[in-house]
Design a protein around this ligand. Structure first.
Ligand SMILES: [Zn+2]
Length: 107
């Protein structure tokens, strides 16, 4: 995110405020849209595998955070992929169960 702030030529104070506010805004906004940001989120990789991971916007240990998508290892297909969150209401009970079976604790 730092490169984006630099590109926008923001002051240090504004950058700090954004760094604090942005993840909160994404979390609250995402929750309003039906995504469970800030907790365990069901995500789908590019090959369609479903798994659950702890998704706190702006916080990551082993993945590249792209805001609404992440580049990380898929535990189902055991490959690296872009993963995106799936809305809870878009999942069937079966898909939810499948996602729960594959959990990633540290993204
Ligand atoms: Zn996969």
């Amino acid at each position: 995110m730092a490169w984006a702030f630099k590109a926008l030529k923001l002051t240090k104070k504004t950058r700090l405020l954004l760094a604090i506010a942005l993840p909160a805004v994404i979390t609250v906004g995402g929750r309003a849209l039906g995504y469970k940001f800030g907790g365990n989120v069901v995500v789908r990789c590019r090959q369609g595998h479903l798994f659950t991971m702890l998704w706190v916007p702006g916080v990551k240990l082993r993945s590249l955070d792209l805001g609404i998508a992440r580049f990380q290892r898929c535990p189902v297909g055991r490959h690296w992929s872009l993963v995106v969150p799936v809305r809870d209401r878009d999942l069937t009970a079966e898909q939810r169960q499948e996602a729960q079976a594959h959990r990633v604790f540290f993204a």
